[in-house]
Structure formats: C-alpha cells, structure tokens
Design a protein around this ligand. Structure first.
Ligand SMILES: [Zn+2]
Length: 271
C-alpha cells in the first residue's frame, strides 16, 4: 500500500456554525484522510472561547488559537482583551490570533484594525506565543507593524497567504512562516500565489484548509453545500508538492516537523 502522509491542519474554523451538526463525523473523516492534528482558529472573543472549548473535548487532537480577526476589530475592548489573554495562557492554545489587517471588505475601520492588531502583537510578545496572522489588501501597513514587533515575537505565520513573490520575500525577510490553503488550487485567481510558492523554502511552509471556507476548486467531487473540511488537506499538500516538484510524502514530513516546532506541539508518532 502507498504510504499515506500525515498532516496537520494549522487553520480550521471548527467552531463555525457550519460544523455544529456533524463535527464528530468531520473529525472522523479528517483522521481517515491522514490529518493527525488540527489547530482550530479563534476569530473573535466568542469564537476563541468556543475553539478553546473544543480542544477540551478532543484532547491531543485539537488545539486552538485565541484572537480577534480584523473584521471583528470594532469589538475589541478591555473586556475582550482580558478574555483573549486568559484563553491564550491555556496549554491547548498554541498561538495568538488570528489577527492582522484586512482592507478588502472593511468590516472595521483601518484605525480599529490597527489598534486591535497591535494589542495582540503586544500580547503575543508578553506571553511568548507565536502569532497567527491574517493580511488581505493591507500589505504595507501590516508589514510595518509586524516588522516593528517581529524581533520580540516567538514566531509568526502569515496564514492563508495569497500574495505575490515580492510580498512573500518581504515576509521571509522577517523570518515568517507561510500558511498555504486551497487558494493554490484555484486556477482563476491562484496564479500569483503559484509563482510565489516556487520561492518558498520548505522549512517555512505550513498547510491549512481554512475550513469551512476556501473549498479547493479542483476536487473531483464537490460537496453540494460547498463546505470545506480538514479531510481535504491532502489536496493542498498535493498542489504544493506538484509546484515544488517533490513527493507529497517527503514534503509532508518536512511540513509536519515545521508545524510541530512552530506551535510547540509534541504529537506521538502516528501508527
Ligand atoms: Zn484569515
């Protein structure tokens, strides 16, 4: 039998309402697909609390992040900051975020977004946990803030990177890790990304589904509801392996080790 790569999904929004009805089945399918650990993304005060609660229900299989997404930055206040900080000190919370800047849809103002982002960068520095970062159409402002804090940060991953080669190089100069999603499988809009990935050192690569979002467009059979799930992570691995001209199994080993080290996970060797 062909060796099946073991993978870690560094970004799945499993506290999203679209997983409420059948999370158990989603997790079973993920395991069957070779996904041996999932980092559940916290995107708001509530989502971060819910994500943390999930880690208690699936000990060892799920960990989470605690943070406030730029879309939610308008809700950042002292109370929210306290909740995020308290969650972030938990053993099963492995990063601060997702946090960053998103000037694409502007659900919060630029001023709100920058304040919320900077507060979380400071929190990550204080707790010495890595940051899980989101940037969209805001590279310049985002980069300026990140550069300022990077020397004090334990680690930084630009999740769901969709930018071009120049942006990628800028993040690599700051010694960031890069999270690649199924965006790379999108023949309509993944062109810049596919070019950029050729310049991505393998030891900086991590992979993620961003489920329930970003269903890979190249699935042989698409689910009717269009929902993405961690079980599709091998599709992302395969796409990156093809671009880098390496075997998926070899790439998976490298990515797994990057991920364990970055988040401080100590997973027992899969059977
Ligand atoms: Zn994001």
């Amino acid at each position: 039998m062909l060796q099946k790569p073991t993978l870690i999904d560094i970004g799945a929004n499993l506290s999203n309402h679209r997983f409420h009805a059948d999370l158990e089945a989603v997790i079973t399918r993920a395991k069957e697909a070779g996904v041996e650990h999932i980092v559940v993304t916290g995107t708001s005060e509530k989502a971060s609390r819910d994500a943390h609660a999930l880690t208690q229900n699936y000990p060892g299989y799920l960990s989470s992040t605690a943070g406030v997404h730029p879309h939610e930055a308008k809700n950042w206040n002292a109370q929210c900051a306290r909740t995020i900080e308290k969650l972030a000190t938990s053993d099963t919370v492995v990063a601060v975020g997702e946090c960053g800047l998103d000037y694409n849809r502007m659900f919060s103002t630029e001023v709100q977004q920058r304040a919320c982002f900077e507060a979380q960068l400071q929190l990550a520095v204080r707790l010495q946990k890595p940051v899980f970062l989101h940037e969209r159409d805001a590279h310049e402002d985002f980069f300026a803030l990140l550069r300022q804090y990077r020397p004090q940060l334990k680690g930084a991953v630009v999740h769901c990177f969709t930018g071009n080669t120049e942006e990628l190089r800028a993040y690599l100069d700051l010694d960031c890790h890069i999270g690649i999603t199924g965006w790379i499988c999108d023949e309509r809009r993944g062109d810049d990304l596919r070019k950029a990935v050729k310049f991505l050192p393998k030891d900086k690569l991590m992979i993620e589904t961003d489920a329930p979002f970003l269903l890979p467009r190249n699935l042989p059979v698409r689910p009717d509801d269009g929902r993405n799930e961690p079980m599709y992570l091998p599709v992302v691995l395969q796409a990156v392996a093809t671009i880098l001209r390496v075997s998926p199994v070899t790439l998976a080993q490298q990515v797994r080790s990057n991920t364990e080290q970055f988040f401080g996970l100590s997973l027992s060797k899969a059977a």
